[in-house]
Design a protein around this ligand. Structure first.
Ligand SMILES: [Ca+2]
Ligand SMILES: [Ca+2]
Ligand SMILES: [Ca+2]
Length: 227
């Protein structure tokens, strides 16, 4: 799929890696042009307990769509999920999203991968399809996604759709003394967030980091990987 031009050996440096990545960056920039509802890094930190709770509540949704209860949402289950939530995506969009979020590459969405995927859908679909109806019909979750997008937009000071190390440092410098420890933690984790080590944190990388911070990815981390 999409392999018409083959892969030029070493050109993947700062270039967006896929169509989906391009769309995500565009959507983030669009949001950025409207400004962030969040004004400070402190308030992001303060919102974490609420984000945590909301994402955990999402487990029920995950379980509902994991029809065979194997702990993963496979491509077919995902299609039915989108249908049920009235998310209109083309087959290609669904498989792009799936591929982007299936970081273990086992053709199944784990809970944390599913959350990231839904949040990307929220971001990408928001202007057109979703707002017309009552969103995904998951108001709490959507509010959380909005917070996550706002948080990212706040960090992305130059509005290029990525968070650089300098932007992270700036955000931390803006925190008040009392919050500095949290800021330092965020700083230490910048490297860990930036998986592909290109010096930029993409929105997807940021989302996966958020699921790690609230501890969602260790819920069922170890149990059935070995099969
Ligand atoms: Ca399943
Ligand atoms: Ca930036
Ligand atoms: Ca990166």
């Amino acid at each position: 799929m999409g392999g018409i031009f083959g892969k030029s050996a070493s050109s993947k440096h700062c270039l967006p890696e896929s169509n989906l990545e391009v769309k995500i960056v565009e959507a983030i920039r669009r949001k950025a042009s409207k400004g962030s509802a969040i004004k400070s890094f402190n308030s992001i930190i303060l919102k974490f307990p609420k984000i945590d709770e909301s994402l955990r509540n999402c487990k029920a949704i995950f379980d509902q769509f994991d029809e065979d209860s194997n702990g993963m949402i496979d491509p077919e289950e995902l299609k039915r999920c989108f249908h049920k939530l009235e998310i209109s995506c083309t087959e290609e969009e669904i498989s792009d999203l799936f591929e982007a979020c299936d970081i273990r590459e086992n053709m199944g969405m784990r809970f944390n991968e599913f959350i990231v995927l839904l949040c990307l859908v929220y971001l990408l679909k928001e202007p057109a399809a979703l707002q017309a109806k009552s969103g995904m019909g998951l108001p709490n979750l959507e509010a959380t996604f909005e917070t996550l997008v706002d948080a990212f937009v706040l960090l992305d000071k130059n509005k290029d759709g990525y968070v650089s190390k300098n932007e992270m440092v700036d955000a931390i410098n803006e925190t008040t003394a009392g919050e500095r420890s949290s800021g330092c933690i965020a700083m230490n984790r910048f490297e860990e967030m930036d998986w592909d080590k290109n010096g930029m944190v993409s929105f997807k990388e940021f989302l996966f980091a958020c699921t790690r911070w609230v501890g969602i990815d260790d819920v069922e981390e170890e149990d059935d990987d070995a099969k």
